[in-house]
Design a protein around this ligand. Structure first.
Ligand code: ATP
Ligand code: MG
Length: 439
């Protein structure tokens, strides 16, 4: 039974009038076409075949249309029959990084970091529900009143979130995040997301097996940065990656990607990030990479970082480097192992070496806004020392973010670790003369 049928009947009445048009032709098309035969064809051939059949049906039974109208109608009917209906052209558009549907009539996209409304709408709420149903059915999920929020994925890897009324007050809402393309650190530097010396320093950190935390708000480019930095992990190491939905694309040969699993319809079979972190520890990893820590697994990760899996990396949702420490502390305290807050802080102190914080400017640009070393002197509490900060100038009328990357000397203990690993410090940073009290 389709999603729409499971929802209240009265919701349907208001949209009945709109249901003619494209949906009618789609139904007629599906009656007429031989589905078994269609399944044998490739996508392009399938589309060509459907366009031909739709053309016949519309020509025979349809209204008189101009050639342009006719072509547009056929295209929409076939898009509908093949997949995501009006969203297909947006998905095909490489410059679109995010598609946001707020009810059938409001479709927005993000391009180059900017959100804009597009002139596309679903024929009806009914059609939007059908599209949603098709998406979530692919991952064996269901959306209805008892589970009104669902995460799913498209076959191409795009992440999809669905939330429907009564939780959403604007009708069914669909958010599609395009599978993020991967950038190299040089490409990120070319986009001014960091400068070249910072890129060299971060690469040295990764090769020297420092434990890194990448922090930032939603969509600030944490996963993208993690992916770029992972390129510096030497090829002979065994890497286990753990994510909610696999987005990382590591280039090394010896990589084991793991993905968590939501519960099934009977609410069984859930495998969390935490389960995977624990399992990963038994897989003899050299490094563990966690896409994002969100709960008790944070404590397991901190312990892994402290016990032989140096060089591990995680991302965490936070508003600043300081906030990242608090977030890690709070998340680690969600573990079933109850440790005092101070103890957790000590664990963070000895586990985490560097925090890379990302931000997103009002112009949509993403960049590293701070790199801070966790540097604690004996007898002191955890302290962060910024080694790179982006200082932005006041924003002018063009709303473009400008500013400069400022470098500061590395705390001596950090520099020593780099030297021991055979890595240098880019000269713009330098090393701070230190009393040797660091860890
Ligand atoms: N430096 C960058 N320059 C331009 N675009 C970027 C940059 N970093 C990331 N992006 C784009 O921004 C979007 C979000 O990136 P990403 O998924 O890495 O962010 P995130 O912080 O991991 O998001 P989330 O909080 O949802 O996990 C993607 O479309 C990605 O391609
Ligand atoms: Mg991410």
């Amino acid at each position: 039974m389709g999603l729409k049928d499971r929802l209240e009947d009265e919701r349907l009445h208001g949209t009945a009038a709109n249901r003619a048009g494209v949906s009618h032709w789609r139904r007629r098309l599906l009656e007429e076409v031989n589905l078994d035969e269609l399944a044998l064809l490739g996508l392009a051939q399938r589309r060509a075949r459907l366009e031909k059949v739709t053309g016949h049906i519309v020509g025979r039974e349809g209204p008189v249309l101009s050639p342009g109208e006719r072509a547009a109608l056929i295209r929409r009917v076939v898009d509908e029959a093949l997949g995501l209906g009006v969203l297909e052209p947006l998905l095909a558009d490489e410059t679109v990084t995010e598609i946001m549907v707020n009810g059938p009539d409001h479709v927005f996209v993000e391009r180059e970091g900017r959100v804009q409304r597009v002139d596309t709408a679903f024929a009806s709420e009914d059609q939007l529900y059908q599209t949603i149903d098709r998406i979530v059915a692919q991952v064996n999920r269901r959306v209805d009143e008892s589970s009104p929020m669902v995460d799913a994925r498209l076959p191409g890897g795009e992440r999809v979130n669905v939330i429907i009324p009564p939780l959403s007050l604007v009708g069914p809402v669909l958010t599609i995040r395009r599978f993020p393309r991967s950038y190299t650190i040089e490409e990120l530097a070319a986009r001014a997301s960091l400068d070249a010396p910072t890129g060299l320093l971060l690469a040295a950190f990764v090769r020297a097996r420092l434990n890194l935390v990448i922090s930032g708000g939603t969509g600030t480019g944490k996963t993208t940065m993690l992916n770029a930095l992972s390129a510096f992990i030497p090829g002979h190491e065994r890497i286990v990656t753990i994510e909610d939905s696999a987005e990382l694309r590591l280039r090394q040969e010896h990589v084991v990607p793991l993905e968590s699993r939501p519960p099934n319809i009977e609410d069984k079979g859930r495998i969390t990030i935490r389960d995977l972190v624990r399992n990963a520890l038994r897989m003899r990893p050299d490094r563990i990479i966690v896409g994002e820590v969100r709960g008790g697994e944070t404590l397991d990760m901190l312990q892994a970082m402290n016990t032989g899996h140096e060089g591990s990396m995680v991302t965490v949702h936070a508003n600043s480097t300081e906030d990242a420490v608090y977030r890690l502390q709070t998340l680690a305290s969600m573990s079933d192992v109850k440790l005092p807050f101070d103890t957790i802080r000590d664990q963070i102190d000895s586990a985490v070496d560097v925090i890379v914080h990302l931000g997103r400017g009002p112009d949509g640009s993403r960049r590293i806004v701070e790199v801070a070393a966790v540097s604690t002197r004996r007898g002191e509490r955890l302290r962060l020392e910024p080694i790179m900060t982006f200082e932005s100038l006041p924003i002018g009328p063009d709303r473009v973010v400008r500013g400069e990357f400022r470098h500061r000397p590395l705390p001596a203990p950090l520099a020593t670790r780099l030297f021991h690993a055979g890595e240098g410090v880019p000269p713009v940073f330098g090393v701070r003369a230190d009393d040797g009290e660091g860890r």
